[in-house]
Design a protein around this ligand. Sequence first.
Ligand code: SAH
Ligand code: SF4
Ligand code: F3S
Length: 476
Amino acid sequence: MEKSNIIKLNPSDLERQKTCQSEVLRHNLEFEKTTGLEKKAFIRTFGCQQNEADSEKIAGMCREMGYRISDTPEGADLIVVNTCAIREHAEKKALSVIGQYKHEKEKNRDMIIAVCGCMVSQKHRVDQIKKSYPYIDLVFGTASIHKFPELLWNKMTRNKRLFELDSETYEMAEGIPIERNHPFKAWVSIMYGCNNFCSYCIVPYVRGRERSREPEDILSEVRDLIGKGYREITFLGQNVNSYGRTDHLSCDFADLLECAAKLEGDFRLRFMTSHPKDASDKLIDVMARNPKICNQFHLPMQSGSDAILKAMNRHYDMERYMHIVNYIREKIPDCAISSDIIVGFPGETEADFESTLQALKKIRFDMLYAFIYSPRVGTPAASMENQVSDEVKGERFRRLLAVQNEISLELNEAMVGTEPLVLCEGPSPENKAVLSGRTEGNKIVFFEGSPALAGKVFPVHIERADPYALYGKAVL
Ligand code: SAH
Ligand code: SF4
Ligand code: F3S
C-alpha cells in the first residue's frame, strides 16, 4: 500500500498562525483608530468549487485579522487573487486581472496584493510574477493557504516581496475560520489533492497528493452547518470515490455520505467529482436509499473512445462507464447525470470523436461541460506529438455542442408541466427581477416571486424550457 506523506498540521503551527492573525488585527485596529477608516480586503476567485472553498477560508482569516470583505477592488487595502491553471484561458484571465490591479496600487501605495492558488503553484508562473509583476507583494501555493496570516504579517513587517512555494509534505489544517459566500449553500472539502495524473491535467501538480480529512472533522462541520440553517451541502474532492484510500481510513466515501445523510435536519447533500474508475455500486445504493442525497451524478466521461481514454490515463473503458450509467438508471430512475468532455485530445481521430458523439446520443446527459483540450506545461499530453490543430478542435467543439444542445433541450422540454422541488437562491445575478433556484438534478430554474423566498424549498410549475434552463411559476 502507498504510504501517505500527509500529516495533520502541528497544533503549535496553528497557534503561530493565530498569533500572527492577532498581530495583524492589532495593527489594523490601530490604523482604524488613527485614521477613522476601516481596512478592506477584496478577494477575486477563478476556477472550480475547490478554489471557492479556499477563498472562503482566506476570507475567514481576513475577517479575523480585522478586514471587512469588500465586493470591489476600489479602495481595498488588501487584494487576494486566487488563481486557476486548468486551461490556458483561465491563466490568461487571471494574469490580465492581476495586470489591472497595478492601477489600484498606483492610487494606494500601501495596498498589498497577494496571488495564490493553482496558477502560482507552478514554478514558471512564480518566476514570471517575480520578473514581470513587481507590484505583487505576496505569492503562495495551494498547500500554504493556512500560512496566510504569517505570510501577511511578514510582508507587513519586513517590507519585502514574499514567495512561498509549497513543500513536498502536505499538511492538512483543521480549524481555519471560514467566511461562507452563501447563507444556505455550503461547500465542504472532504479531501484535497489528486493522485490520478490524467495525462492532460495540471491538478495533481498544483494541488499535490491526495489527502482525506477525518470523517469526524467532516461530520462535525456538517452538523454545524445544519444547525446554522444551511439547506444544501456539497462534498468536494477531485475524486471523492477514493476518499480515505491513501490515508487508510476504515470509512469509504459511500459510508461517509450515508453518515451525513442520516443526520437530523432539513437539508440536501451533493458531491463532486466522481471519477468513473472508482464509482462503486455501493455508492449508488447509498444514494438510492437516502432521500437527502440529491438524485444527481456528475460523472466526467472525457471521451467516448477507449483508445483516447487509455491515452488520457483514465483507467476505465466505455464498458465500465456504461455499467455505472446503467446501474444509476436502474436504481435511481429519475437521477440527473452530467459529464465533462474534452475535445481535441492529442491523437483524437475523426473516428474517436464520432465515438464520443455516439456515446452522447446513447447516454443523453442532462448537462454537459465541454472543453477544448489545452496543453498544460509539464503534463505528458502536452509533449505528445500528435496534437490536433486549433481549427479541427474548434470545429469538433461546435459539433459536440450542437448534438448536446438538442439533447438538453429535449430533456428540459420533457419537464414542462412538471413541478420539481427547487431550492430558491434569491434574485438571479444576471437579472435581479427574477428569482433563480436549482432542482435536485441541479438544473437552473427561473421564476417570479419575492426575494424573501431565498433559502426556501418549494415546487415550481415548469412552463417553458431552453437547453440551459427551465422557466416557471412558484407553487406556494
Ligand atoms: N477531478 C475532476 C476534474 C477536475 S477538472 C475529474 O477527474 O473528473 C474539470 C474538468 O476540466 C475535467 O473533467 C476535464 O474535462 C477538464 N480539463 C482538465 N484538464 C484540461 C485540459 N488540459 N484541457 C481541457 N480541459 C481540461
Ligand atoms: Fe485531473 Fe484526473 Fe485528478 Fe480529475 S482525476 S483532477 S482530471 S488528474
Ligand atoms: Fe480547480 Fe482550476 Fe485548481 S479547476 S483545482 S482551481 S486548476
